[in-house]
Ligand binder design. Structure first.
Ligand code: ATP
Ligand code: MG
Length: 360
C-alpha cells in the first residue's frame, strides 16, 4: 500500500453550521475542509487538485461563488442547478417515475380556479428557489378564496396538499466508484415548516426501507452523484412520496453524529476526497432535537447522554441555533433525559418532546 501525497483541500461553498460540521468530521482524517463565506472580499486560493463542495443548494453570483464554480473539481456541479429550482427538481422526479406530490408551474397566466380544479381545494405554492424552513410557501385555500401573490407568477410551483401520516427521510452516500450506502429511515417532526426533532431508526418504518433506498439509488445513479444526498418523504400508509431533495448533508441526518459509526458529515468528506466508504454501523436509537430560537443554556450539558452542538449564530426567533443528539439503547435513560430537557427548553417544546417520547 502506498501512502498518497497529503490529500487536497476541500472547499465548502457557504460557512454555516453544515460547513462547520463537515470540517469537524474531517479532522480525524487529517483532511483540510475550509468553509467559505460567499460574500468574502478575498478570493480563496484554489489549487488545481483541490475539491469543491457546497453546504447549500443555491447561491447568488459573487466573486467567491464564481471562483468556486469555475473549479474543475466542483463535485455534482450540474446537480445543484437542477435541484435548486423546484420546477426542474420535480420534473426530474417525474422523469425518473419517482412518486411526488402532483404539481404544476405557476405561469404568468395561471389562475387560482385552474389550480384548484387540477390540484384540489388546498394547494401549496412554493417559491421555486430560495425557500427553507417553511419560508417561501403560501397556501391557496379554495374555501377562503385565497389569491396567488402578484409577484409569485413564474417564480413558484403549485403542489397538491398531501394528507400524509407522517414525514420521514432517507439519507445516503455514493462514492466515485458508484458504491452506495444508506442510513435507516428517519422519522421527522416538522412544525410550521421547520424541523423540530427526529428519531432514527424506528422498527415500524423498516418495511419501507427498501423502497426508500431504491428511490435514492435511482437518483444517485442518474445524477452520477458523489457524496451525501437526502430525500424528504411523506408516508401515506405503506407508500412513500417524495417531498423534496437536498444535494448535501441534511438536518434530518444530524443524529448520525451520535448514532452511527460514520456520520453523514464524514461520509460526505470521504466521498468528496475519494476515500474508502463502507456501511456505517448503527449504534442504537437516536433522538435529535433542534434548538430553535432558544438562548444558550449550559445546563443542557448536564443532561445524561446529551451531545450538544451550538452553532454560535446570532439569536433570532425561529432560527436554528443548535441541536442536541442523544443515542442510547436504554429507553429509560432516553426518557429520563428527554424529561430533563423539557425543563430546560421553552414551553413551546412540550408537543415536540411528547412526539419524541411517543416515537422512541
Ligand atoms: P426545508 O427547510 O426542508 O428546505 P422548505 O421550507 O424548503 O423546507 P418543504 O420541505 O417543501 O420546504 O416544506 C416544508 C414543510 O411543509 C414540509 O416538511 C411539510 O411539513 C409541509 N409540506 C410541504 N409540502 C407539502 C404538501 N404538498 N402538502 C402538505 N404539506 C406540505
Ligand atoms: Mg423540506
Amino acid at each position: 500500500m502506498t501512502n498518497d501525497v497529503k490529500p487536497q483541500k476541500i472547499w465548502v461553498l457557504g460557512d454555516g453550521q453544515l460547513g462547520a460540521m463537515l470540517k469537524h468530521a474531517a479532522m480525524p482524517l487529517n483532511l483540510t475542509v475550509e468553509p467559505i463565506d460567499i460574500n468574502a472580499t478575498e478570493l480563496p486560493n484554489l489549487q488545481p487538485l483541490d475539491r469543491v463542495t457546497a453546504e447549500r443548494e443555491q447561491w447568488p453570483d459573487t466573486p467567491v461563488t464564481q471562483a468556486l464554480s469555475e473549479h474543475p473539481h466542483f463535485l455534482n456541479k450540474n446537480t445543484f442547478s437542477t435541484l435548486a429550482d423546484r420546477a426542474s427538481q420535480k420534473s426530474l422526479l417525474d422523469e425518473l417515475k419517482i412518486s411526488t406530490a402532483p404539481w404544476q408551474k405557476v405561469e404568468v397566466s395561471t389562475i387560482e380556479a385552474t389550480l384548484h380544479e387540477q390540484l384540489g381545494p388546498r394547494v401549496l405554492l412554493k417559491r421555486r428557489t430560495g425557500g427553507y424552513d417553511g419560508r417561501g410557501q403560501h397556501w391557496l385555500k379554495q374555501a377562503e378564496a385565497s389569491k396567488i401573490p402578484a409577484d409569485w407568477h413564474e417564480q413558484a410551483i403549485a403542489e397538491a396538499a398531501i394528507d400524509f401520516d407522517e414525514e420521514v427521510s432517507i439519507i445516503g452516500v455514493r462514492g466515485k466508484n458508484g458504491d452506495c450506502f444508506f442510513y435507516p429511515l428517519t422519522l421527522n417532526l416538522n412544525t410550521d415548516g421547520i424541523l423540530m426533532a427526529t428519531v432514527s431508526p424506528t422498527e415500524r418504518l423498516s418495511h419501507l426501507q427498501a423502497a426508500a433506498e431504491t428511490m435514492l439509488k435511482t437518483l444517485l445513479d442518474h445524477l452520477d452523484y458523489v457524496g451525501v444526498l437526502a430525500i424528504e418523504l411523506f408516508r401515506l400508509g405503506d407508500t412513500l412520496m417524495v417531498n423534496e431533495l437536498a444535494p448535501r448533508v441534511h438536518n434530518t441526518g444530524h443524529w448520525t453524529q451520535a448514532g452511527a459509526s460514520i456520520s453523514q458529515f464524514e461520509y460526505h468528506v470521504r466521498a468528496v476526497a475519494d476515500l474508502p466508504l463502507t456501511a456505517a454501523i448503527i449504534k442504537a436509537p437516536s433522538v435529535m432535537v433542534n434548538l430553535i430560537g432558544t438562548e444558550w443554556d449550559k445546563r443542557w450539558l448536564g443532561v445524561k447522554g446529551a451531545e450538544v452542538y451550538w452553532y454560535g449564530k446570532s439569536h433570532r426567533p425561529g432560527r436554528k441555533l443548535g441541536h442536541i443528539n442523544i443515542c442510547s439503547g436504554d429507553k429509560s435513560l432516553l426518557r429520563a433525559s428527554l424529561e430533563e430537557l423539557r425543563g430546560l427548553l421553552p414551553e413551546n417544546y412540550a408537543p415536540c418532546l411528547d412526539w419524541v417520547l411517543k416515537n422512541i
